[in-house]
Structure formats: structure tokens, C-alpha cells
Design a protein around this ligand. Structure first.
Ligand SMILES: NC(=O)c1ccc[n+]([C@@H]2O[C@H](COP(=O)([O-])OP(=O)(O)OC[C@H]3O[C@@H](n4cnc5c(N)ncnc54)[C@H](O)[C@@H]3O)[C@@H](O)[C@H]2O)c1
Ligand SMILES: [Zn+2]
Length: 358
């Protein structure tokens, strides 16, 4: 009898299973009327053949391929997917297997949650970011006109199955990108994991499975304490107040824009610095963070004079309370301080601090 590592949440499980045999058993046990596989063009090419190698019985299941990338995480793509599901006669007992990164997980989950008032879905996350972050916590949705993730629902999957088998074809930059959320989980809740992460020499590190498991335990504890993001779950936004603004700026202005995790790595340093001003975060811990994060995320050149652009972008962030910009900083490693009011003065000091790190 194999013992698989599992994380049990309120109504579903995250199962670590390299060869996907648990998925095979799970599908039999659930007796779904039909399985539909959703992939983007990259995961259809790189991951779908692996899925079929391990689960040949899925070769007959409809495969729906949707264009990859954040720019396609929208209602137009959902419509195409719904149309194809209807053409495949998917009924209310069918299940969608989301084979992809956060874009497929968020959009495929949303598609399933709305199809005929809601059918089940299984997350097979194929990026580090989706394995450690987006595939758990129940947030689903798509981007719409004015911004990211504006249309969506909360709904849990039937199962999340984590395997590193997918990662061989994932670009190294994407692996490092997803790792930023692993650093974040350690910084907000696990000084012990931060200690071990500060020793790693490469990404992915040799002990990747253990690290992924520990990191998911942090996210599980946080989302279970606050499933609908009323308060405590905000700690997951550490690095994201400034990080999102930098990500948006880079997307608009850079020839090769920063990826989400790369921007969050910048945001975490800047917000940790603000913690030294607002919440007593020790300078020695900040120095440790600099040493680790700058080892893996190259310094981003923040152009002079973009403070106002970043500030406006932060004001627009949907998580803000009226006109105040609230952010999460650290009091110590593993100890977040939520609802710290971000001021323009803090932002400006944080920009100066970060520029000095170049
Ligand atoms: N729901 C949540 O709580 C939550 C949390 C964080 C992020 N997100 C969302 O996640 C999305 C980002 O996720 P992501 O970084 O996984 O991006 P992604 O899904 O766009 O994947 C990144 C790229 O890698 C490709 N890819 C994926 N797996 C591959 C593989 N194994 N081999 C080769 N190529 C592969 C994809 O086609 C894509 O081009 C964003 O839309 C973000 O809003 C959601
Ligand atoms: Zn993030």
C-alpha cells in the first residue's frame, strides 16, 4: 500500500502523487459521467502526452485547448470552452480536469463552477506558482476590461493533485517565478522554512518536494482560517501592494516585462523595508532577505520619477479600503503586521532604499 503525502482541507484534498495513479483511482471512485480535459496550447503540447501516458483511459476524453497566457484569461475564452463542453454533451455529473498553470486553473475552475450551475473540477497544476499558490484557496475567475480577476467566484475543487512530473518542460524562469510565493509563505508564517530556504543554492532545490509540501501547509492554514478573505488571509498579500504596481508598470513599459513572482520579490523587499519603519522589523532580517532574494531575482531598475505612477496604481488596487492604501508588512520573519497604512512617504523611502541595492 503506497502512502502518499496529503493535505486535507475542509472539503477536498491536495495529494502529492508523482505518477498520477491516485487520479486514476479517484476518477473511478467518483464515477463521473464524463471527464473533460482543459489545457492551453503549451500544456496540450507538453503535459497532455504525459497525462495520457499515465492515464491511457483518458485518451478518449474530450480535450479542449484554449490559447495560453494572461491576455486570454477572459470571458471570450470561457464562452469558447462552454460551447465545446456543450458540443461534447457534458452533463451535470461531468468533471473538468484543469491541466495547466494558474491561468487554466482559475479560468477552468470558473468555467466549471458556472457550467449548468456548477460541475466539479480537478486541478492538475503544471507550474510551480499554481502548485504552491493558485490551485488552493478556492479563488476562481477571469480578467475583465478594467483589471485582473474582476469576475469570479469562490469554489473548491474536487481534488488537487501535485506532481513534479510536469516541471521538466517548464521554463526555468517560470520555476523561479513561482518560487517567489514559496519565499513569501515562509516569510509570513514559517521562520523555520525561511531558515532552510536561505541556504538553497539553486531553484528548484534538491529538497523541492519537502519545500512544496511545507509551503502548501502555510497556505492551507491561512485560507482555512479565512476562506473568504475577510481579514487574516490578507497576509498572503505581503509584497503584493507594491509588487502589483511594479508588475503593472513593467507590463506597460518594459520590452521584457517582469513576471508576477519577479515583481513580488521586489515588492517583498520594499515592504519589508517599510516594516523597519512602521513595525520594528529588524534590519538584520532585512539584510538576510536581500541576500536571499537578490540571489535569485535580479535587481529591477526602478526608473526615476515613477513614484506617482506606482501610487495611482496602488490606489486602484481592489483590496484597498476607500482611499487608504493598506498593506501587509513584517514585524519579524514569520510575523506579519496587517492593515499598515501605506503612505506616499513610505513608498518614496522604499523606492530610495531599493534603488540603493543596485
Ligand atoms: N486563484 C488564486 O488564488 C491565484 C493565486 C495566484 C495567482 N493566480 C493566477 O495565476 C495566474 C498565473 O499562473 P501561472 O504563473 O501558472 O501562469 P500560466 O498559467 O500563464 O503559466 C505560465 C506559462 O507556462 C506555460 N506552462 C504551464 N505549465 C507548463 C509546463 N508544465 N510546461 C511548459 N509550459 C507550461 C503556460 O502555457 C504559460 O505560457 C494568473 O492569472 C494569476 O492571477 C491565482
Ligand atoms: Zn502572488
Amino acid at each position: 500500500m503506497r502512502t502518499l503525502r496529503r493535505i486535507t482541507l475542509s472539503d477536498y484534498e491536495i495529494v502529492f502523487d508523482e505518477d498520477l495513479s491516485f487520479l486514476s483511482e479517484f476518477l473511478i471512485a467518483k464515477n463521473y459521467s464524463q471527464v473533460i480535459v482543459l489545457a492551453d496550447d503549451n500544456t496540450a503540447r507538453d503535459c497532455y502526452p504525459i497525462l495520457i501516458k499515465y492515464l491511457p483511459q483518458l485518451a478518449d476524453a474530450p480535450l479542449i485547448i484554449t490559447p495560453s497566457g494572461e491576455m486570454n484569461k477572459n470571458l471570450a475564452s470561457c464562452e469558447e470552452i462552454w460551447a465545446k463542453m456543450l458540443q461534447s454533451h457534458a452533463d451535470r455529473k461531468s468533471v473538468v480536469i484543469n491541466l495547466g498553470g494558474g491561468v487554466i486553473g482559475d479560468m477552468g475552475g470558473f468555467v466549471a463552477a458556472c457550467y449548468k450551475r456548477g460541475i466539479g473540477f480537478i486541478q492538475l497544476p503544471t507550474t510551480v506558482l499554481s502548485q504552491v499558490d493558485s490551485s488552493i484557496g478556492g479563488k476562481l475567475g477571469v480578467d475583465f476590461r478594467y483589471g485582473k480577476n474582476l469576475i469570479g467566484v469562490f469554489k473548491n475543487p474536487d481534488l488537487v493533485l501535485v506532481s513534479t512530473v510536469w516541471l521538466n518542460t517548464l521554463e526555468h524562469r517560470q520555476v523561479v517565478n513561482g518560487f517567489a510565493e514559496i519565499f513569501k509563505h515562509a516569510l509570513i508564517q514559517s521562520p523555520k522554512q525561511w531558515d532552510s530556504l536561505s541556504q538553497i543554492e539553486q531553484i528548484p532545490p534538491v529538497q523541492f518536494h519537502d519545500i512544496l509540501f511545507e509551503s502548501l501547509l502555510v497556505k492551507k492554514a491561512v485560507v482555512e482560517a479565512d476562506p473568504f478573505e475577510k481579514g487574516w488571509r490578507k497576509i498572503l498579500n505581503f509584497g503584493h501592494t507594491i509588487g502589483h504596481a511594479i508588475e503593472a508598470y513593467s507590463l506597460e513599459n518594459d520590452k521584457y516585462p517582469l513576471l508576477h513572482g519577479e515583481a513580488i520579490a521586489v515588492g517583498m523587499l520594499m515592504e519589508a523595508y517599510i516594516g523597519t519603519l512602521s513595525s520594528g522589523f529588524p534590519l538584520s532580517s532585512l539584510a538576510e532577505m536581500e541576500a536571499v532574494l537578490l540571489r535569485f531575482y535580479s535587481h529591477y531598475n526602478i526608473p526615476e520619477g515613477i513614484e506617482e505612477v506606482l501610487w495611482q496604481s496602488m490606489l486602484l488596487d481592489k483590496k484597498n479600503d476607500k482611499s487608504k492604501v493598506l498593506s501587509v508588512v513584517l514585524k519579524a520573519i514569520g510575523e506579519p503586521d496587517i492593515d499598515v497604512e501605506m503612505t506616499k512617504e513610505f513608498l518614496s523611502k522604499a523606492i530610495n532604499y531599493y534603488q540603493r541595492l543596485a
